[in-house]
Design a binder for this molecule. Sequence first.
Ligand code: F6P
Length: 375
Amino acid sequence: MKTIKRIGILTAGGDSPGLNAAIRAVGKTAIRDFGWDVIGFRDGYLGLAENRFVTFDKATLAGILTIGGTVLGTSRDKPHRMTIKGKECDMTDVIAANYRKNKLDALVCIGGGGTHKNALRLIEKGLRVVTLPKTIDNDVPFTDSTIGFDTALSIATEAIDRLHSTAHSHHRIIIAEVMGHNAGWLALGAGIAGGADAILIPEVPYDVRKVAAAILLRSERGNNFSIVAVAEGAKSVSDSALFDAALKKKKAAKTKEQKDVAKQELAALEGKHVGNTMRLAKELEQLTKLEARVSILGYVQRGGTPSCADRLLATRLGSACAHLLAQGAESVMVAARGDGYTTVPIEKVAGTLKLVPSNHTWIASARGVGTCLGD
Ligand code: F6P
């Protein structure tokens, strides 16, 4: 086992509250407990490719625990397909060279699905990488939770709470669009916690007539308003079938041409799906004759100070990460498990998503309190 003297940290993918708490925990533990040098790369994998970094010490790691976003900056750049001076380049070898030039003994990548796929690409080039799971979507598998989810859940819940009084006053349907393209954890969690009357998530294709029927039933019972929490990736039964078919085609594609065609088909479907929540509002208006409004919560869910739970999670996992590295960990994600942590091979995490299973307790609870899931 090679003794560690110097580590690098980067944050990649969409930002989320708690990233700074994680950087601080990895860095402080590395410096205080092990005396390592710690540097942080700017803007995710892009900064590593361009060798842009800052040196951390106890002073520069102080005062960032409660700050939202990431002091390092982030990007969605992929090592193997990076736009450099307007040209798409494979930068994996450059990244490996920068890792060595900086005499790094390990790299800590904090991110979600894309970050794990990219971490694997660097491991294949011989880099020692350990990851931490973060995303407000909570869709990283093999971890109880991801850094940022709890904060986003609170923000979305508060928004739904606030939408209640205005929906009630105007006798309207208000649709709160919550983030989550593939996974519905945020919409489902906030919908349940905020008491939404209908919750639509990507994992449960919806029939708009069923949502309208649930709203009309509420009207008949004297509740002339309704709140619908909808994940941005929620789809009707027919749209969902089209997406499934295109995804199947992409998976089955063997040649580059077939892959390109399948990718184009998927991109066209994605393009058509943009604005789906607005169309849903129109359809509900037509079917219920009630006025409908849309509130897109958007990036508000990712911004601002992290919740106590996210600060705790990030500090727990970040500190554990430094200790695990000292014990020789490599090619693993440090995952939350109960009050503690566990390690999961990055190979297992990369390319998989944690979706809401149909038998999940949250689904059962939502149905239990009479929430319409559109199915
Ligand atoms: O992955 C987190 C997330 O916030 C998703 O919920 C959302 O769909 C996406 O990022 C938005 O990405 P971007 O920041 O690239 O617009």
